[in-house]
Design a protein around this ligand. Sequence first.
Ligand SMILES: O=C(O)CCC(=O)C(=O)O
Length: 277
Amino acid sequence: MKLNSEFEQFWENGYIIVREAFEKEEMQIIKRVITLQHEINQRVEDVRERILEGERPFFETIFVWNDTARHDIFAKATRSHKIMERLEFFYGDEVYVYHNKVALKYPGIIGFAYHQDYAYWYGMGNLYPDMASAFIAVDKSNKQNGCLKIIEGSHKMGRIDHVFNDGVANSEVCPDRLAVILKKLPEVHLELNAGDMVIFHCNTLHGSDDNNSKNSRIALIGTYNTKHNNPYPTNHTHPNYQPQAKVYERITEADMNALPDFELEFLDQTTDACSSL
Ligand SMILES: O=C(O)CCC(=O)C(=O)O
């Protein structure tokens, strides 16, 4: 790892690309596990129905879970030392996986409007924008199947207000502000091979186009929080800080039955009067 040059890129551009972070075979195993999950397949069907009805619920196209501390197959990717050591260097603190997600971008599935992750996580009791995501390409992703796109350097603008068109399902950075931002900063399409990953700051504006191709563009996304940013209680939250072991082993077929508890909830009933979520 070239940590010093990656540190500079991360803080200058708001992201880094790590090519061949995982092997293609590891991603094939992860893809098999994803496509075998009933809950996940049910979600895809529900979203397809809503899209056919003319809706654009892009946040419903990601499947999210909170069980991030055990030794399951997804932890072998998102708790990989290759991600956590980088983030600990960038943020100067211990990090933990805040939640995991799978982007279910099958053919015909809609893309994401530009947004910041911290716009949501702010309302979940996280005081500092000392958080990040690692987008791991399970499938090859390119412009045709709606690869991730980011606005380089946008993390330097701080937290930007979002508009909520259908609650969180269809929310985005205010379009008028976005139009101005796009005149100032470059939009970059991040084309990736299976096993490549992008690590980006929680204030980096990112999104993707619809998948109008015949190829799926599945991605596994780990989200990370820092120890000093342990969220205060809200009524809508992901796990608090917990020490988590980094993983050094590669993913093998023997991991296929090691699954997280997809239903695990971390709902603290304390109401945060200021949260819009
Ligand atoms: O998969 C994508 O296209 C974007 C996903 C995303 O932006 C997110 O999960 O916050």
